[in-house]
Design a binder for this molecule. Structure first.
Ligand code: SF4
Length: 372
């Protein structure tokens, strides 16, 4: 592939565009099973595997990480997930292979995946029945607890996803979700605010919580997660020691990755890899899975670097910035940094945001990027 840098590691993302049915808040590209034609799932699997094998023939080395996300990869069954993971292991297993699963897809047979998958990310979202119904989730609170029990005694590293600031939810209910999930000892917890996306059933039916209330959900949730021993290493992600997600770190460090499946993107060298298709569509992906590579301009690369790095607690290493762009970060941004509130950032060997900075991340990035 044009632009691929063979001296750097490469990761793979596989987008599985199927769900049992659509959750009420979701704007990701995925088809509910009621809209999937017969044979389409196996056609999709064969196409993705063929594309991965074509990439293997070019790369001829193990990939750094693999992430099978969606949609709901659980729709493929353990067998389908294993086929993808095995195709991506032709030259050796990636250092980390993650599969996203919904609670209803996790059962006592989960160890079937252990030879090919090392990490599971489970979309719990909430353990409160009322909140789950508001979100239009499939699994009940009881089924979600069962999934947590199974994972807690499994051989996998694992993550629990929690959504917060749901209309009608109280801060104490959000904290109770965190505490219950943490009692099963996942190495990693993702804690996100609910976003209202255009075109979803949630819009018009519910009213988003106010900005101050949302800030309280975040501050209180972050505090409790840290008390429970999780490091706040990215705006929405928390990990016990040694349990950071390697795959997502590839995105945050502007590493190389290629996305397979409808709507999946990638990034190699200083280029963005996209499909040649006009829209996210399973049909178009099946008829033309080819990817195309568009070089980024220097300004676009720097914007992406700011966007990705400032999400992490490590921030921008001043040395790494100089190596990457051949300039001194503090000189480039000397007129923009003083516009930020002093308690939102720290400067030592890196430029990084405090939790107060995380709360105004978009504004900070905009302020810095306007200087480019
Ligand atoms: S399971 Fe995930 S991808 Fe599928 S509709 Fe629900 S939130 Fe969206």
């Amino acid at each position: 592939m044009k632009g691929l840098d063979c001296t750097k590691p490469l990761s793979l993302y596989v987008h599985v565009p199927f769900c049992s049915r659509k959750c009420d808040y979701c704007a990701f590209y995925s088809l509910p099973l009621s809209c999937v034609r017969e044979g389409e799932i196996s056609h999709y699997l064969d196409t993705v595997i063929k594309e991965i094998k074509a990439m293997n023939a070019e790369w001829k080395k193990p990939y750094r990480t693999l992430f099978i996300g969606g949609g709901n990869p659980g729709i493929l069954g353990y067998e389908g997930i294993k086929r993808i993971a095995e195709a991506a292991s032709e030259y050796g297993r990636p250092d980390e292979s993650t599969a996203e699963l919904n609670p209803e897809n996790i059962d006592g047979e989960i160890e079937e995946l252990s030879g090919s998958i090392s990490r599971i990310s489970v979309g719990i979202q909430s353990l409160n029945e009322k909140t789950l119904r508001r979100l239009g989730r499939n699994a009940s609170a009881e089924r979600s607890l069962e999934a947590l029990r199974i994972l807690s005694t499994s051989s996998f590293r694992w993550n629990a996803d929690i959504i917060t600031a749901v209309p009608g939810e109280s801060v104490s209910e959000a904290l109770s979700d965190i505490e219950t999930a943490a009692s099963f000892n996942p190495g990693h917890i993702s804690y996100y605010c609910l976003t209202f996306e255009e075109g979803t059933p949630l819009i018009g039916r519910e009213k988003p919580v106010g900005e101050d209330e949302e800030t309280e959900f975040l501050i209180e949730g972050w505090r409790r997660l840290k008390e429970l021993g999780y490091e706040h290493y990215e705006v929405s992600n928390f990990a016990k020691k040694g349990e950071r997600c390697m795959h997502n770190s590839v995105y945050w460090n502007l590493g190389q990755y290629i996305g397979f499946g409808p709507g999946a993107e990638g990034s190699v060298g200083y280029s963005r890899v996209t499909s040649m298709r006009d829209s996210e569509s399973l049909e178009e992906f099946l008829s033309n899975p080819e990817l195309t590579c568009t070089p980024l301009t220097e300004t676009e690369t720097e914007e992406e670097f700011l966007l990705a790095s400032l999400r992490t607690s490590d921030g921008i290493s001043l040395e790494e910035y100089r190596k990457r762009f051949g300039r001194d970060f503090l000189s480039v941004y000397s007129e923009r940094i003083p516009l930020l509130a002093p308690d939102t950032y720290i400067i030592d060997s890196s430029f990084r945001l405090t939790e107060k900075g995380f709360l105004t991340l978009d504004w900070i990035i905009l302020t810095l990027a306007m200087g480019l």
